[in-house]
Write a protein that binds this ligand. Structure first.
Ligand code: ATP
Ligand code: MG
Length: 304
């Protein structure tokens, strides 16, 4: 009883989106969307291809600016802030099509995340600041070397979360990795930022069932550690297992929201999927994406 009460109490909001709208010419990709994510919550955003999910992430993470509406992060209006500023505030994301620095090693890719964080907390000294940094980089005094070592150790620790997938490849250039491993590197880099909010855009796209199950456990682990996560995912079994709440988008708007089981049996949701003919028979057996890059149809399991 006490537990039930505790679970039903509203959690302190970390992210609040109100009336968010983005037009591309005559198309409204995100249409007056409102959404709240509480501290420590895992909220999934699902919806047919083209529903506006990635556009929503772009608006939240500062890659794109809304035509209307607001984004509030930890009580602060962050609408229209740059991606860099938002990263400094603790907002990290991965991309649907994977974005890594191809010529950098796995370790260096992850270190980019850590450096972004450090740059954000260091006081900026105009003019002489860059010179001081250059001098420190050239001379490498013990304090700088110790700091570097600490960051490398931390980056390796993050990489270890992915088991043996990345650790043996720490020094390999990211372009030589499989698609699935590049997705893992990207998530590791986002984690090195020590995010307060992690946005994951189809983290299992292009992954086979074993790899998908591994990713599910990793996300579950992050959630257990209290990380707040907003997840876009087409694989609904994963969504059902991980989410505290599910938001369903169609044509840029929210058409349903609630506990995973309730949303899965919502007639409006079933209609949205069936109406879009996004229910591919090819996906029915495996629940796997058919596309290389995650632009797959949605498995039918939602329409029990
Ligand atoms: N930069 C852009 N310029 C023009 N149209 C765009 C742009 N970005 C997205 N769109 C359009 O906005 C709509 C929503 O796209 P979005 O990528 O957000 O959908 P999605 O829900 O992420 O789809 P998917 O599940 O296929 O990844 C689509 O019709 C898309 O073609
Ligand atoms: Mg998308």
């Amino acid at each position: 009883m006490a537990d039930q009460l505790k679970n039903s109490l509203p959690k302190k909001p970390l992210l609040e989106i109100a009336g968010l709208t983005r037009h591309f010419g005559g198309l409204t990709a995100v249409n007056g969307l409102s959404l709240t994510v509480g501290q420590g919550e895992l909220v999934s955003v699902i919806g047919p291809n083209g529903a506006g999910k990635t556009t929503l992430f772009n608006l939240i993470s500062g890659l794109d600016a809304p035509d209307a509406g607001s984004v509030t992060f930890e009580g602060r209006d962050v609408t229209g802030l740059s991606a860099e500023r938002l990263a400094a505030l603790g907002l990290a994301r991965s991309f649907q099509h994977g974005r890594v620095f191809g010529n950098l090693s796995v370790l260096d890719n992850v270190l980019v995340g850590a450096h972004t964080r450090l740059r954000a907390v260091k006081p900026r000294i105009p003019l002489v600041g860059p010179l001081v940094e250059l001098a420190l980089a050239l001379i490498r005094p013990p304090s700088v070397r110790a700091e570097e070592e600490r960051l490398r150790a931390e980056a390796k620790e993050i990489v270890r979360m992915f088991g043996e997938r990345l650790t043996p490849r720490l020094d390999k250039p990211a372009h030589s990795l499989s698609y699935a491993n590049r997705r893992r590197v990207e998530i590791a880099r986002a984690l090195a930022l020590h995010p307060r909010l992690l946005l994951l855009d189809e983290p299992t796209a292009g992954m086979n069932p074993t790899e998908t199950a591994e990713m599910l456990e990793i996300i579950r682990g992050l959630k257990a550690r209290g990380l707040t996560i907003l997840l876009i995912e087409h694989k609904l079994d994963l969504v059902m297992q991980l989410s505290d709440r599910v938001v369903v988008m169609d044509h840029g708007a929210r058409i349903a929201e609630g506990l995973p089981a309730a949303v899965a049996s919502d007639p409006a949701v079933i209609e949205a999927y069936l109406g879009h003919k996004a229910v591919g028979a090819a996906n029915q057996d495996t629940g796997q994406d058919t596309g290389q890059d995650g632009d797959a149809a949605v498995p039918v399991r939602i329409a029990h």
